[in-house]
Design a binder for this molecule. Structure first.
Ligand code: SF4
Length: 722
């Protein structure tokens, strides 16, 4: 028999935004093991429970191997060839584009797609078809951080680096359960605290999560009251003269308006509004103001809110008022939820963006991108964000949607609405590596995508670091990389548009088919990267000096990395100059607003949702690893002992949880680390698990007016014994 080959390929974990380096162990056909990459600067060889079991999630009967078509009448799936599948899609889309216009088709992609897929999908939608309706599940994740950074600092750029975790004197962790959602970063924090016990850690979260175990000061704030907390802290910082007047005078604008505003946020009022002790509020503000360096970490607690942008800018205010930015150990550091949410933004994979951090609404940006893509113009109006996008599908305004690498029937708020939308759509295309997802139940075509370890890729992690992922094994069946599917579809769509004699918008090509060949002349990942790289030249995220050789020889690099640079840049804004028209960072002064759906007599409890340590999103991968069920084997509802007693519920009872949208059965866990009045359910479990817990049947589709991000962190619910 053939000797078993023992091979290794360098990659990056495809789960959270920490972006840990992984060495894939394989025999050229099967992935046999994984271990942490000791040379990767995110994790230096460590992996968490999810990353260290990656090899157990790759090969299985549930992998998509060939294109499939579902019969809507009986739900039966039939295999078809790639050319049949692409031809069916293309003839439907060509007809929709011809009759209803290009804005009647949409793409919905994912923060788990690599950079080159994002780039090609975005070029297909905005450059070739002419539809700006391409959004991503990053909308449910980082959109409010993006709007916050842009509003306050001028650009969507995380200014910090992981090494700041080791250098900082004070960590302010708010709305982030780092211990579960970014476990390797939490280990770095634990190690820093062990080495330097004087490192002050402040944790603000409605739940006393495992992250709070490290806290010197824990603030159990009421859900949705973050803006009041930050304004209240700033009030105290001003009162106690702990602000940096020189930094404010030289590097910011808008201070007087903010100062006047936070005058009204007295410690007493803020403590009452946030349900925290006034002394703890004071202690937190004093720790923030006194520390030589302060690093803030946040995630969905701030972002998943109907006023997430306000929360982000109010936290950034604290850093600007104290000059805590652009220095070692200092800065507002949003933790990215997904492995490549940042890469998606870089390539413009959102309805208001174009590649290289450009904006659809900016005429100069459209002209620049049209020139780079060799087309005459780009549609001037930003497309729909996720929640309005699925509403437009339900109205019939968008006739067909192509979903890649995400499971919106489980993950969108008010998932019943998404189900209605997909039932109404003329053609639902799903591109995934796995067969059995909630969204597959509502799809017409399933296109098999190559997955992690089966293709080359680039991703950008939370600290702006770009890693090169090498393939290890072939994809199962005829599955192929997502970018290749978009490319091939462009060719077939071009031919279909020519066939029905749909007019080209300009004279730049002989035919739609010729245009597709020219615009999607991509043979591999490198050819896509080279083109994308040109789009970054001269922009804040300039990576024109980077290439795959540098990534392989010098390791993963942070952007910017312009031509001629020797290495990436770990910290931004060290010179105190911000990418705004005036060069100054902007103080913003939003007023504190309540949650979108307040509790009342009918729905008297507050539901918040979140992640578990050992599961990832809708569990397509982690749901098949037995070891990952050891900590939590099923969905549950955490409830405070006082509420449980009042409702006559005890541990392991089943309870009905109802909201204005729907109801669900969940198993009760009595949990004293919550506040009374608050209940918590994990986001992961779908209809494949018992009890069939679909917590997003309960959540509401209220969104932030700027970022479009939904308010997953607060819905009013009622609980009854089942
Ligand atoms: Fe993967 Fe995140 Fe765990 Fe690192 S911390 S191994 S990136 S899930």
């Amino acid at each position: 028999s053939m000797p078993l080959q023992r091979l290794e390929s360098k990659s990056v974990c495809p789960y959270c935004g920490t972006g840990c380096g992984v060495i894939i162990e394989h025999d050229g056909q099967q992935i046999t093991g994984v271990r942490g990459d000791p040379d990767h600067p995110a994790n230096f060889g460590q992996l968490c429970s999810k990353g260290s079991t990656l090899h157990l999630s790759c090969h299985g009967d549930d992998r998509a191997r060939e294109p499939l078509r579902r019969d809507r009448s009986d739900g039966h799936w039939t295999a078809l060839s790639w050319s049949e599948a692409l031809a069916q899609m293309a003839s439907t889309w060509a007809e929709i584009i011809h009759r209803q216009g290009p804005q009647a088709v949409a793409l919905y992609v994912s923060g788990q797609l690599p950079t080159e897929d994002y780039y090609v999908a975005n070029k297909l939608a905005k450059g070739f078809i002419g539809s700006n309706h391409i959004d991503t599940n990053s909308r449910l994740c980082m959109a409010s951080a993006v709007s916050g950074y842009k509003s306050s600092l001028g650009m969507d750029s995380v200014p910090c680096a992981y090494e700041d975790l080791e250098e900082t004197h004070c960590l302010f962790i708010v709305g982030a359960n780092v211990a579960y959602a970014h476990p390797i970063l939490f280990r770095r924090i634990e190690a820093a605290k062990l080495r330097r016990p004087e490192l002050k850690i402040i944790v603000a979260d409605p739940r006393r999560t495992p992250t709070a175990s490290l806290a010197d000061i824990y603030l159990p704030l009421q859900p949705g009251t973050d803006v009041a907390l930050f304004h209240g802290m700033l009030h105290i910082l001003i009162w106690e003269d702990l602000i940096d007047r020189k930094f404010i005078a030289e590097h910011t604008e808008g201070w007087d308006a903010l100062k006047a505003q936070v005058q009204h946020y007295t410690p007493r009022w803020v403590a009452e509004t946030c349900h925290i002790a006034i002394n703890d509020l004071r202690a937190a503000a004093q720790a923030f103001g006194a520390a030589p360096s302060v690093l803030s970490l946040w995630c969905q607690g701030l972002n998943q809110s109907s006023h997430g942008t306000d929360k982000n800018v109010s936290l950034i205010n604290l850093h600007l008022a104290t000059g805590q930015i652009g220095r070692p150990g200092a800065g507002p550091f949003s933790l990215t939820g997904q492995p490549n949410a940042m890469g998606g933004r870089e390539t413009g994979g959102m309805p208001a963006l174009l590649p290289g951090h450009r904006e659809v609404a900016n005429p100069e940006h459209r002209t620049e991108m049209a020139a780079l893509w060799g087309i005459s113009s780009i549609h001037p109006q930003p497309g729909y964000t996720a929640v309005p996008l699925f509403q437009a599908v339900e109205r019939g305004e968008i006739a067909s949607i192509w979903i890649s690498c995400t499971n919106p029937v489980l993950s969108m708020p008010e998932q019943q609405q998404v189900q209605r939308a997909l039932q109404r759509a003329r053609l639902v295309i799903l591109q995934d590596s796995y067969l059995d997802t909630e969204t597959a139940d509502y799809s017409d075509l399933l296109l098999p995508a190559a997955s992690w370890g089966e293709r080359e890729a680039l991703v950008t992690n939370s600290e702006r670091r770009i890693s090169h992922l090498h393939p290890a094994v072939p994809a199962p069946g005829t599955a192929r990389p997502d970018w290749m599917i978009y490319r091939d579809f462009a060719y077939v769509l071009g031919a279909a548009l020519d066939q029905i004699q749909h007019p080209l918008p300009d004279q730049l090509d002989d035919s739609w088919y010729a245009r597709a060949r020219r615009m999607f002349d991509f043979s591999d990942t490198v050819s896509i990267f080279r083109e994308y790289q040109q789009c970054t030249r001269g922009r804040d995220l300039d990576i024109s000096g980077l290439d795959f050789g540098i990534l392989d020889s010098q390791g993963p690099q942070q952007w910017p990395f312009p031509a001629g640079a020797q290495s990436g840049q770990s910290r931004l804004y060290s010179d105190g100059i911000f990418p705004t028209p005036s060069g100054r960072a902007r103080f913003r002064a939003p007023e504190f607003m309540g949650v979108a759906e307040e509790i009342d007599a009918q729905y008297p409890l507050r539901l918040t949702t979140g992640r578990l340590r050992d599961q990832w999103h809708s569990m397509s991968r982690t749901g098949k690893v037995a070891a990952l069920f050891a900590s939590d084997e099923e969905a549950f509802l955490e409830i405070h002992p006082e509420d449980a007693q009042r409702l006559k519920l005890k541990n392991a009872d089943l309870a009905w949880v109802s909201s204005r949208r729907g109801r669900n059965v969940l198993r009760v866990r009595v949990q004293k680390d919550l506040q009374p009045g608050l209940v918590f359910a994990p986001m992961h479990f779908g209809r494949r698990f018992a009890p069939a817990a679909l917590c997003n049947q309960l959540t509401l589709p209220a969104i932030d007016p700027v970022s479009g991000e939904p308010e997953f962190k607060h819905s009013a619910v009622r609980i009854e014994a089942a």
